[in-house]
Each structure stands twice: as structure tokens, then as C-alpha cells.
Write a protein that binds this ligand. Structure first.
Ligand code: HEC
Length: 106
């Protein structure tokens, strides 16, 4: 996966939005969620294209650390997967970066 390594090397981790976009692919989010800004097309979880129009930053953060604390739907149907908690899996910088990236999606 040379291309991923290059992407990791070239991402500016001082830019939270760019860092968050990278993490979205690298940490499995794209395996369940569709999000055009991250070239993600999975349908196990809700589509996140407009997530910032529905959720405040604090709710996005809570969705990552305590999934299931809010009932989200996947289109018209109940979701076909359960989101794992990322508490203790992602560090604070990573949670902040993902939140900053998702906050742009409206
Ligand atoms: C195994 C599948 C799976 C993975 C992996 C996953 N999610 Fe989820 N996600 C879901 C499901 C299902 C829901 C809806 C139920 C819920 O809110 O817990 C959800 C809900 C969300 C929500 C709330 C959406 C809304 O409209 O309320 C956000 C934000 C989110 N996920 C972000 C992420 C991020 C960021 C990652 C990676 C760090 C991630 N997810 C990884 C399945 C997943």
C-alpha cells in the first residue's frame, strides 16, 4: 500500500480537517459510512454527507466515543451494523480531527 504510506507522509497533521479526512479512511469509518468528501460509499451506517447539518460538533464527537447514545437511522431503515466505540482506540488529537472534518460536511 505505497499510496497510503505516501498519503500518511504527506498529510499535514497540524491541519485537523485534512488529518480527519485521512483518519476516516484509515480507521475504518469508510467501511461503514458513505461520505463523498472521503470517497467513501459504504452503506452499513448512516450517510454522513450532511452530518453537520443534523449534528453539532459535540454530538459528532459523542457519536464517535459513545455510539448508540443517539438513535440514528440509515436512510429509511434501521441500521444493519452497530458502530464500535472509539473510546480508547483513537487519541484526543484524532477524535478532534475527525470531528473537525465531519463538521465541514453540510
Ligand atoms: C461497523 C460499522 C461502523 C463503523 C466502523 C463506524 N461507524 Fe459510525 N455509525 C455506524 C452506525 C450503524 C451508526 C448509527 C447508529 C449509531 O449512531 O450508533 C453510526 C453513526 C455514526 C455517526 C452519527 C450519524 C448520525 O447521523 O447521527 C457518526 C458521526 C459516525 N457514525 C462517525 C463515524 C466515524 C468518524 C467512524 C470512524 C472513526 C465510524 N463512524 C465508524 C456504523 C459504523
Amino acid at each position: 500500500m505505497g499510496s497510503l504510506r505516501e498519503a500518511v507522509a504527506s498529510v499535514d497533521v497540524t491541519d485537523p480537517v485534512a488529518h480527519g479526512r485521512l483518519l476516516f479512511g484509515k480507521r475504518g469509518c469508510a467501511g461503514c459510512h458513505a461520505l463523498a468528501a472521503a470517497d467513501a460509499t459504504a452503506t452499513l451506517g448512516p450517510n454522513l454527507d450532511q452530518v453537520a447539518a443534523r449534528l453539532a460538533a459535540s454530538d459528532i464527537r459523542r457519536s464517535i466515543l459513545e455510539p448508540g447514545s443517539q438513535v440514528a437511522k440509515c436512510g429509511d431503515q434501521p441500521c444493519r451494523a452497530q458502530m464500535p466505540s472509539y473510546t480508547g482506540v483513537l487519541d484526543e488529537t484524532q477524535v478532534e480531527a475527525l470531528t473537525a472534518f465531519l463538521q465541514q460536511q453540510r
